[in-house]
Design a protein around this ligand. Sequence first.
Ligand code: NDP
Length: 284
Amino acid sequence: MNTQMIDGKLIAQTIKDELKVKVETLKNQGLTPGLAVILVGENPASQVYVSNKKKACEYIGIKSFSYELPSETTEKEVLELVETLNNDSAVHGILVQLPLPKHMDEQKIILKIDPVKDVDGFHPYNVGALSIGLNGLVSCTPAGVIELLKRTNIEIQGKNCVVVGRSNIVGKPVSLLLLREHGTVTICHSRTKNLHAVVGQADIVIAAVGIAKFISGSMLKPGAVVIDVGINRDENGKLCGDVDFESCKGIASHITPVPGGVGPMTIAMLMHNCVLAAKNQGGF
Ligand code: NDP
């Protein structure tokens, strides 16, 4: 079988270009979408993520407001900043870069964000909206997975979808989204028995385990579609996913690479959420 690579970088670029046009139109109508990003502390990975988000905003025409705070910042100060941004009409999206320093309660801070500005889709209001099928802001990585499938013309309806991982930020929301698209969804986790057999039934496999090269080609049904959410380092320090890419070649019908698969989609969907939040708040 000829395994087709799903080019997340290219799809993400297309989405950003579409958003650029939408933002131009909104600006002509007097609305400039604004995203506030709060970064606390000096986590190098977080600094890279935040800088990439700012670059994407610049490219699309979203105004970014950046708050880079020292690690000694108190929880109360962050809560007050979120409250100020909740009331700022130039800010349509608020993103608190996680992880926060240990002395802060992440949940308390996420709860403080006005759900209409919660562009990460982590607020329980948006999580609840997703689970009962209401409109809301959907978290970016899971939304990116669905967008990759749709834009590759992979049908989800009626397909056996196996999600490996049940975290609140990836596994659970991606499962709900697949269900919303009428997939038949199985969620696996560390206590799942006979994972090989379960994955072997899948038409679509979503790997969100956090273990390098955990899913191998020998586990797959021939022709399965494989979406790799993982971001890990292999034994040589090289970036790799939760899927053993090489062993899936010739068995999977489609596969996402790492890097260049789901990763770029996360930022594209964040930008999508910012534009959506701005439109909703601007009454468009
Ligand atoms: P978590 O560590 O929060 O969750 C991992 C999940 O995998 C858990 O549900 C866990 O089960 C399950 N798991 C662990 N071991 C096994 C096993 N042996 N068999 C079956 N299931 C197992 O990770 P995240 O969901 O946050 O992230 C998953 C991956 O995605 C990571 O590599 C992360 O870096 C990456 N990621 C990528 C993003 C992107 O933008 N591309 C964004 C977010 C994450 P249990 O619940 O039982 O413990």
